[in-house]
Ligand binder design. Structure first.
Ligand code: 3SL
Length: 232
């Protein structure tokens, strides 16, 4: 039987083998939610890079530049990290270069996997159905916050592991822990997240609009995938 594991922080990635695995990158607030929303809404491609400098270089080649650090848009970049920016007419059919505090870092660190997919609550069921049909083991990589554990990414990892439980086995306690956390929070994730460190960090965003958006399930039927340097 296929196996599903959850890596609770990119700092733990050295404990897992990437070869032959399908890796699902998760940064619910907000990088992977932006990627799913953007590609579902007509963005042509998203090139994830680790540094602001790499992103600026791509902007000089004509890319739209998205630069986020510590929850804020970096001065000089076209976009920050709100899913609503990624759904605007201004980015339709455009190539975006993106760097964020955690999400794009986790993605860059996961290169070496058989396939890298982008997960969010926004594409949860569609992604789960795809994974069930593949022959590979799955590693869900939570982007976390600067190497630390994050509730929202773990909730998603638990939700996805739950969807996969009839087709995959797991050995890691991280899977059991994430599933248990999701069971506790699933009926009112918004209230649960009010206590989380990242919700507080994002409190400059009016009314939790981005957070409410990012925890909607199954809004889009897309599975962004890394092809070469681009997510399409
Ligand atoms: O770290 C990231 O990748 C971001 O998603 C963080 S934030 O939601 O923009 O604060």
């Amino acid at each position: 039987m296929k196996k599903v594991d959850i890596c609770l922080s990119p700092n733990l990635l050295n404990l897992y083998k990437l070869e032959e695995k399908i890796v699902v990158i998760v940064d619910i607030l907000r990088a992977t939610s932006c990627m799913v929303a953007g590609l579902a809404s007509g963005v042509k491609s998203i090139t994830p890079v680790a540094s602001l400098e790499e992103c600026t270089n791509l902007m000089e080649q004509g890319f739209i530049g998205a630069g986020e650090r510590n929850g804020h848009r970096v001065e000089g970049f076209d976009l920050g990290n709100s899913p609503f920016e990624y759904m605007s007419e201004a980015v339709r059919e455009k190539k975006v270069a993106m760097t964020t505090t955690n999400g794009t870092q986790a993605l860059v660190l996961s290169k070496g996997a058989e396939q890298i997919l982008i997960g969010a609550f926004l594409n949860l069921s569609f992604l789960a159905n795809y994974l069930k049909k593949q022959n590979n083991d799955v590693l869900i990589v939570c982007a976390g916050w600067k190497g630390k554990f994050c509730i929202e990414d773990t909730l998603f990892a638990g939700a996805l592991a739950k969807e996969l439980e009839n087709d995959f086995h797991s050995e890691d306690d991280s899977v059991l822990a994430a599933q248990t956390l999701y069971e506790v929070a699933q009926n009112d994730m918004y209230s649960y997240l009010l206590q989380s460190s990242h919700y507080k960090r994002l409190s400059h965003l009016e009314g939790g609009k981005d957070v409410e958006f990012c925890i909607q399930k199954d809004k889009f039927e897309v599975i962004p995938v890394l092809k070469g340097q681009e997510i399409v």
